[in-house]
Design a protein around this ligand. Structure first.
Ligand code: TXA
Ligand code: MG
Length: 307
């Protein structure tokens, strides 16, 4: 199918209350019309989310975002700098119908982002309204970063699927709440330093689960146990970082030691290592600066430690 035909099918599916596998620059999403509670309920069901955890509303651009959320000066500044792109803003809700209650898990706030992937942008423009899209994995599993992985996770629940190739970033968007103090709810592709350069210091996410839902301890988890800052033992798979001899059972996140490359490979390598049915997955130490904060956050959760 051509992109045009696939897009038309996807838009029709969204209008009919169906779900769509959606490529973004971060990870693949499972998309639905944000204003349709039945479609949104189907997303929660397809993911098997244990409790309702609010979803991100995806929009074509800043003008569309302003219709659903209240932007202050900080939000304007961040959106102008990083949109379209991998940054999600949690803001006071402006229109509680456009993004339905269920999508917001009943909160008076809404998470919004304008993704950069060209197919996602075309879909959002053609559909003309906000689309919720959590990562297309089943709850607790690594996010899919290829079309095949997305289909394997939740493809059965989707009425249409858009193949956008492998995701360039490979890690979910950074989530920043701008309700009182600016807070980093989830480290991601846009780094803490890039955000702080524009709006000043970020406070930590609150321990209060109601204000920071989705910060589950075990998350992004493969079937095999994950050991961090480790060297591999017998029978274990190894996620290496930096120059490492090639060998069976070794997946190198970045032979050159490049954090961008490691982020892009992280979930696909975790999945590939897991498919080899190892006794455990040992992961090399990853530097903590820049994108390393987000990579280490996902690895800690894959290993079952609270962030
Ligand atoms: O990169 C991404 O953001 C991907 C792609 C598909 O766009 N989507 C994604 O969605 O990662 P999801 O549902 O897997 O993660 C959304 C995160 C969750 O941690 C959720 O708790 C948080 O955003 N969130 C959503 N709405 C919120 C709100 N009103 N207040 C606080 N956190 C919120
Ligand atoms: Mg997710």
């Amino acid at each position: 199918m051509t992109d045009d035909a696939a897009l038309a099918t996807a838009v029709a599916a969204l209008r009919a209350g169906g779900l769509v596998i959606l490529p973004t620059e971060t990870v693949y999403g499972l998309a639905a019309n944000a204003s349709d509670p039945r479609a949104v309920a189907a997303v929660y069901e397809a993911k098997g989310r244990p409790s309702f955890n609010p979803l991100i509303a995806h929009v074509a651009d800043l003008a569309a975002a302003r219709r659903i959320a209240r932007f202050d000066a900080r939000a304007e500044r961040l959106a102008e700098a990083f949109w379209p792109g991998p940054l999600t803003l949690v803001l006071p809700v402006a229109d509680d119908q456009a993004v339905c209650d269920l999508a917001r898990a009943g909160l008076d706030t809404v998470a919004v982002r304008a993704p950069a992937h060209p197919l996602a942008r075309r879909l959002l423009s053609a559909f003309g309204g906000p689309v919720v899209a959590p990562s297309a994995n089943r709850s607790g599993r690594p996010s899919p970063t290829t079309f095949a992985d997305a289909l394997e996770e939740t493809g059965a629940a989707a009425a249409a699927a858009l193949d956008g190739g492998p995701c360039a970033v490979g890690l979910e968007s950074t989530v920043v709440a701008l309700l009182d103090e600016a807070r980093l709810l989830r480290p991601g592709a846009v780094t803490r330093a890039e955000i702080e350069a524009l709006i000043g210091p970020l406070a930590e996410a609150e321990a209060d689960a109601k204000r920071s839902p989705g910060r589950l301890a075990r998350h992004y988890a493969p079937k095999a146990p994950v050991r961090l800052d480790a060297t591999p033992g017998p029978g274990e798979a190894y996620l290496a970082f930096g120059p490492t001899p090639k060998a069976e059972g070794v997946w190198n996140l970045s032979p050159a030691g490049d954090l961008r490359e490691a982020a892009a490979n992280l979930f696909a390598h975790l999945r590939a290592a897991d498919r080899s049915a190892p006794s455990a997955i040992a992961v090399a130490p990853i530097p903590h600066e820049g994108l390393g904060e987000a990579i280490n956050d996902r690895l800690k959760r894959a290993a079952g430690f609270v962030g």
